[in-house]
Design a protein around this ligand. Sequence first.
Ligand SMILES: C[S@@+](CC[C@H](N)C(=O)[O-])C[C@H]1O[C@@H](n2cnc3c(N)ncnc32)[C@H](O)[C@@H]1O
Length: 346
Amino acid sequence: MEMKNKSAGIRVQLNQAEKMRKYLSEKKLLRNDLKISKNNAFIFFPVKEIPNELNPYNFVKKEFEKKVIKPKSYKEIGLIPEKLKHELPTSYDVIGDIILIKLPNNLLKYQKEIGKSLLKSNKNIRTVCSIKPVTGEFRTRNITVIAGESRTTTTHKEYGLKLNVNIKNTYFSPRLAAERKRVAELVKPGEIIVDLFTGVAPFSIMIAKYADPKIIYAIDKNKEAVLFAKQNIKKNNVLNKIEVINADAKEIHDILEKKADRIIMNLPFSAHLFFTYALKIAKTHTIIHYYDILKENKIEDKTDKLKKIAEENRYVLTNLDVRKIKTYAPREFYIRIDITAKKMPM
Ligand SMILES: C[S@@+](CC[C@H](N)C(=O)[O-])C[C@H]1O[C@@H](n2cnc3c(N)ncnc32)[C@H](O)[C@@H]1O
């Protein structure tokens, strides 16, 4: 897009700038789409037309930089009562061309209006959905399309990956993109990796694209997620690096013949229930990327619990590196813990 525009302008010395600016604004002659510019001696005002009463010596024709005009926020568009506007969420997720927004109960009766406003203020969006928190074993959500095309499938792009998702019956969070990239950058050539709760396989595909593992086993119990994972692996040309398995993570040690150098456990709230099973497929030295949603004061309890489970399985956990990735609720965080699990000598 052209960032400059030739326009008529008025040139004045710097010490005259404020007086001229006031004069031009009062006369409504200033161009709002172009930026005022200056050099060491002069300031240049882009104008719609040259007023007759000014000294022609000050007239110029020059390139002015275009102003970046921010699109209106969705809060400014639409017919939501003024007194409720402060309750409109300031953020929402965007997955592909779908917006997912969590609305407070007293705004639900305006959800269609809110959806339309979001469509108007976001050019690349085709569908707006109102969502409830993720629930159940497969971490899926109750979703209502409130504006735009009536569909829940889309293609999301992150770091050059293209991921097909059905936001209704598979889990996907766009907010973990940087975390997935971080993990991919830690992977060493030739590693065997197990992605225990793969969903539509974003971790596995990111690793296959940006690292050089020997093989990644991508496991999920949700049949629908596995279908999308398979599609996505093909779509991103990493068929030779990832094997998708539709199974319960608790049974994976019976299915896999190989042991893992690295295990990804992205199942907040419940991952600890699978820690024993993860250790069953660990080598004598394995890295585990463990994800959870925890209140700040519960983090230590959780790491103690994991250490205890490890001990029962003759492993010791070292280098526990705990980081908050994002806020989940007030004082509650999406946490990642990088763990090194080492087998105790016999
Ligand atoms: C929070 S999602 C994570 C998905 C994916 N890793 C991502 O980052 O988008 C957790 C996934 O674990 C799967 N899951 C839940 N219980 C499982 C189990 N017992 N065995 C295997 N997968 C399971 C769910 O179906 C869901 O896809």
